[in-house]
Design a protein around this ligand. Structure first.
Ligand code: URA
Ligand code: SF4
Length: 230
């Protein structure tokens, strides 16, 4: 069962009215999240910046443009992805969110994940990594890796804003995104296998289109036990 648009909009409405932490005092508006209720991929950043605060949508500034082009470079359309942040209101002067703010806001993100139940969650930067995979390790070790927890796939990535002025980091981010495409193909195949519908040849087509790991997918189609697939 995927979320309905009404459920997601109801949550967004509560976020827009929220006064649970001091960030509501300095915001222009809260930025709940953006994307279809049916999205299979969620991206989680840190906090809204100046442009986001003004427009009410996540990742609409320079970092957002880089995110869009990174997604497009591996054949993903930003409009298919649900994008949100750890905290929903802009911290003054873009300072890091404080622990109490993260804590006050975190139930909204939990609700978003619970509603959409995405196959893959992209963790953009160390704040998202710390919040959703506490204790897993640092971003420099985990970036681009597929981390499975609670039946869900997480992929920590460097934050696009950090890559804006660092060419080396941008190349790393591009390489990591290419791996994400394969992870998505695997996740899709697993979902199809669980639904019991897809044949091995369907899965091979998905894998070939996405450059994913064909052997894993064929094993999945054959019902090959858990096979360490997920
Ligand atoms: N950086 C973030 O972490 N989130 C946004 O929404 C924009 C920039
Ligand atoms: Fe509420 Fe989160 Fe905004 Fe704080 S940051 S006021 S908890 S929506």
């Amino acid at each position: 069962m995927v979320a309905t648009t009404e459920e997601v909009l109801e949550l967004h409405g509560r976020v827009r009215k929220c006064t649970a932490c001091p960030l509501h005092l300095t915001r222009i508006q809260a930025v709940p999240g953006y994307g279809p209720a049916t999205a299979r991929v969620m991206a989680v950043g840190e906090a809204p910046g100046e442009n986001e605060d003004r427009e009410g949508k996540p990742f609409v500034g320079a970092a957002g443009r880089l995110l869009t082009s990174l997604l497009e470079s591996v054949g993903l359309d930003r409009r298919d992805i649900y994008i949100t942040n750890i905290v929903k209101c802009r911290p003054p002067r873009n300072r890091d969110p404080e622990p109490l703010e993260v804590e006050a806001c975190s139930h909204y993100l939990d609700e978003q994940i619970g509603l959409l139940r995405p196959d893959v969650i992209l963790l953009l930067g160390r704040h998202a990594l710390q919040r959703l995979l506490p204790g897993a390790g640092g971003i420099s070790r985990l970036h681009g890796e597929r981390v499975r927890r609670d039946d869900r796939v997480y992929v920590p990535l460097f934050h696009p804003a950090a890559a804006l002025y660092n060419g080396g980091l941008k190349e790393t981010l591009e390489a990591d995104m290419r791996r994400v495409r394969g992870y998505l193909a695997d996740a899709e195949a697993t979902r199809a296998r669980r639904a019991g519908g897809a044949s091995a040849s369907d899965l091979r087509k998905v894998a070939a289109a996405a450059g994913g790991d064909q052997m894993d997918l064929v094993a999945a189609a054959a019902g090959g036990d858990q096979m360490d697939l997920f």
